[in-house]
Write a protein that binds this ligand. Structure first.
Ligand SMILES: Cc1cc2nc3c(=O)[nH]c(=O)nc-3n(C[C@H](O)[C@H](O)[C@H](O)COP(=O)(O)O)c2cc1C
Length: 405
């Protein structure tokens, strides 16, 4: 913190000249929502973090504007992004006193896998945009802190290398293409690499209007062609090693014709378990179970799918109700604190994914940043559990929550 004063002066100077100030009110609303920015306040190392937002501030400082925009953006006016955070305010804790909580365990299991905690690393693509060690740094941190990691199929590192870095199988997330041979090739490759589960993302089939990303791209004056090339498919393949060997074209990414039959096709070519990610309604939860999903993953893509204005935590109860214990329910979108995670568990989620939270750690400090984020979220969750009187994950129940709705 020694350099804090100097940084503060530099930051104020930067702020005064910054084109960021001229950006739309949407951006400013997003800023206040996501990061409590005190001018000049930046931590120098992970150990100094007070909460995970300290990593956000450093990430924002370090990342090129376009990459920060990619990380931060929602859709339209960021309505869903805001709703994700707001939804946590609708629930309050109901602490039970005088419980012996000297021993608190976060251990749980998911799809037959023993987990040290219900906090998992959600699939985040293109992590090379945030740190040169990309998904390998996240995997090493997940290994050290013993978390389940889901790898995106648009990862900067191939699954074989990520599994080696994790020291255990990761789950594989698949964005469908309308070219079945590409999906089949990836499924076979992921299974051969040791992934026990495929997570099919179903919430981006018709595109999303990422205004905030475009705004940040406009203020980024770097020449991006060295990494991104000229936007050809060859450039895309170079940056996305999981597509190696495919003959995919951009038109193949139009999956607006995908229906629940897609699950059956996946089932025919793989024995991996299938998780459906992106479900937010009771209707789709029931359809996913009927189509043979092994788990349902509530997510609005961190507010990046559609501007529904509906927070993931608000969607969770109806999905839990519709699934009715048939399969596990996972959730992500907007989780930033142990208290948030606790609320989802109390509403019936079996596991909680974090996205931007660990990427802030990655962008700020690489592997050690991710490690610290994971460590902090676990410590926060443990503290909440102690406070409310729950000593294990299965003791967390609806009794521990009240609602203002
Ligand atoms: C930069 C970024 C990239 C993402 N890439 C993917 C992806 O490749 N596949 C996927 O299913 N979800 C992707 N997501 C969504 C995450 O899996 C997760 O649903 C979301 O980040 C959770 O919200 P949170 O960031 O508020 O925690 C991405 C999210 C972000 C922020």
């Amino acid at each position: 913190m020694a350099q804090l004063q100097k940084r503060r002066r530099e930051f104020l100077k930067f702020l005064a000249a910054s084109p960021l100030l001229t950006l739309s009110s949407r951006l400013l609303a997003e800023e206040t929502l996501e990061a409590l920015e005190i001018p000049g306040y930046l931590i120098d190392k992970p150990e100094e973090a007070l909460d995970i937002f300290d990593f956000h501030t450093v990430a924002k400082h370090r990342l090129p504007p376009a990459h920060y925009g990619y990380l931060t953006t929602g859709t339209d006016g960021n309505e869903t992004l805001s709703a994700n955070r707001r939804a946590f305010d609708d629930y309050y804790l109901r602490p039970m006193r005088m419980v012996d909580t000297r021993e608190v365990s976060l251990r749980t299991s998911l799809l037959g896998q023993e987990l040290d905690s219900p906090i998992i690393l959600a699939p985040v693509g293109s992590q090379g945009a945030f740190h040169s060690d990309a998904e390998l740094a996240s995997a090493r941190a997940a290994r050290k802190q013993r978390h389940l990691q889901i790898l995106s199929n648009v990862a900067s590192n191939p699954i074989e290398d990520v599994i080696a870095a994790r020291g255990a199988p990761v789950w594989f997330q698949l964005y469908p293409t309308n070219q079945w041979s590409t999906a089949k090739m990836m499924l076979e490759r992921a299974e051969a690499a040791g992934a026990p589960v495929v997570v099919l993302t179903v919430d981006l089939n018709a595109g999303s209007n990422r205004v905030l990303l475009e705004q940040y791209i406009r203020i980024d004056d770097r020449d991006c062609s060295a990494c991104h090339g000229n936007g050809t498919v060859e450039d895309f393949l170079r940056m996305n090693p999981m597509y190696e060997g495919s003959r995919v074209t951009f038109a193949d990414f139009d999956t607006s014709g995908m229906t629940w039959d897609y699950l059956k096709r996946i089932r025919e070519v793989t024995s991996m378990k299938i998780v459906v990610k992106g479900v937010v309604t009771r209707e789709d939860a029931a359809s996913a179970v009927a189509a043979g999903a092994d788990a349902v993953y509530v997510s609005n893509h961190g507010g990046r799918a559609e501007a529904s204005g509906w927070g993931a935590l608000e969607s969770l109860p109806q999905v839990v109700e519709a699934v009715n214990g048939a399969v596990p329910v996972m959730v992500d979108s907007g989780f930033r604190r142990g208290t948030d995670i606790f609320k989802a568990l109390a509403l019936g989620a079996d596991a909680v994914g974090i996205g931007r939270a660990y990427i802030w750690g990655l962008a700020a400090f690489g592997q050690s940043g991710v490690e610290k984020v994971l460590e902090m979220l676990k410590a926060e969750l443990r503290m909440v559990m102690s406070q409310v009187g729950a000593t294990s994950i299965d003791q967390i129940s609806a009794m521990h929550l009240g609602t203002r709705k």
